[in-house]
Ligand binder design. Structure first.
Ligand SMILES: NC(=O)c1ccc[n+]([C@@H]2O[C@H](COP(=O)([O-])OP(=O)(O)OC[C@H]3O[C@@H](n4cnc5c(N)ncnc54)[C@H](O)[C@@H]3O)[C@@H](O)[C@H]2O)c1
Length: 311
């Protein structure tokens, strides 16, 4: 994927304002992947988190994801290097002021996201698009404390970001049509296919997959089968690329639990009742791949060869 040049920008190209900047809030699983994807597409990127440790972890993760994309033949070595050079890091939201697109990828917690968006409204340029990568929380609620909620939209990426081709776009009840248009062009500029969902808890994708994951955890809890046999059943029986417990480990068990709680709060339907085993694992700090153990153990990944750059 070639980088965007400032010399001949197409009028409708969302990168056209001299390599527009994307500011990504939260350098975890999703934020680091989103940063890598945007940099590959030619945007300048700032990856932000609450402290240096999280930012550096995010940088290491995205370098690993880019290395893996090069190994799979999906990204050229020069594009990987250019992408890494196009990403800098920040602590705090101050530098959001120079961004055209702001993508929030902080934990799945309504109170936290509402506070972050109020702070972002103050920090960002008035013309910037404010997007949330929430998997389940209503975009209208996230935007509800802003003086201009019309500039907030859901841009839901999938995990792992570099490999997944879909973006789910979620306009809130007050999102302006031109914001939806700009967000759609931005999502398409990343090479993804864009689908749109109404703003209901879990949208189209998360609502269904949360039930699948939860049902698999209930089966494990009830002793229906071993975790390996549950996952093998879905991989071989339905051609799923990974089993639901492996998927939960990839997503993060804390995120999966938060999503189920959002669905429960939103619908009060018992099908979204989170299995107590999921709650126990989260309480024990077994969050999946990101903590080194979830349903399965994950030995520490080797450091990437990617260059480390100061913030
Ligand atoms: N994990 C998935 O598969 C997946 C897929 C799609 C969408 N999402 C959504 O993306 C969002 C992030 O999920 P994740 O899996 O990357 O979580 P994560 O736990 O891996 O990362 C969250 C990051 O946000 C940081 N953070 C916490 N408070 C912050 C603040 N005030 N300001 C800036 N950063 C802050 C944390 O330090 C952490 O690095 C959630 O809304 C989640 O629902 C997750």
């Amino acid at each position: 994927m070639a980088g965007a040049e400032s010399s001949s920008p197409a009028a409708s190209d969302p990168r056209a304002s001299v390599r527009a900047r994307v500011f990504v809030v939260g350098a975890g699983i999703m934020g680091s992947g989103i940063a890598a994807q945007c940099a590959l597409a030619g945007y300048n990127v700032t990856l932000e988190d609450v402290n240096e440790e999280f930012v550096e972890k995010g940088r290491a993760n995205l370098a690993r994801a880019l290395d893996s994309a090069v190994k799979r033949g999906k990204v050229g070595a020069a594009d990987r290097t250019r992408a890494l050079e196009g990403i800098d890091t920040a602590i705090g939201l101050r530098r959001a002021d120079s961004a055209k697109f702001i993508i929030e990828a902080a934990p799945e917690n309504l109170e936290l996201k509402q506070r972050l968006f109020a702070e972002l409204e103050a920090a960002a340029s008035p013309n910037a698009i404010l997007a949330t990568n929430t998997s389940s929380l209503p975009v209208t609620s996230i935007a509800s404390r802003l003086s201009d909620p019309g500039r907030v939209v859901g841009i839901h990426f999938f995990n792992p970001v570099l490999q997944m081709e879909l973006i789910e776009l979620i306009p809130g009840l007050k999102t302006r049509p031109e914001v939806v248009g700009e967000a759609t062009r931005f999502a398409a500029s990343l090479g993804k296919t864009v689908v749109t969902s109404r703003d209901t808890p879990g949208f189209v994708t998360t609502r269904a997959v949360a039930v699948l994951i939860n049902e698999a955890v209930w089966m494990l809890f009830e002793g229906t089968a071993t975790k390996e046999d549950i996952d093998t059943s879905y991989r071989l029986g339905f051609h799923h690329p990974m089993g639901p417990l492996e998927l939960a480990d990839l997503v993060g068990l804390d995120t999966a639990l938060s999503i189920l709680d959002v669905l429960w709060d939103g619908f009060h339907d018992p099908k979204y009742r989170a299995c107590p085993l999921l709650r126990s694992l989260v309480a024990a700090g077994r969050l999946g791949r990101k903590s080194g153990e979830g349903f399965y153990p994950y030995p520490a990944a080797p450091p990437s060869a990617g260059p480390a750059r100061p913030a």
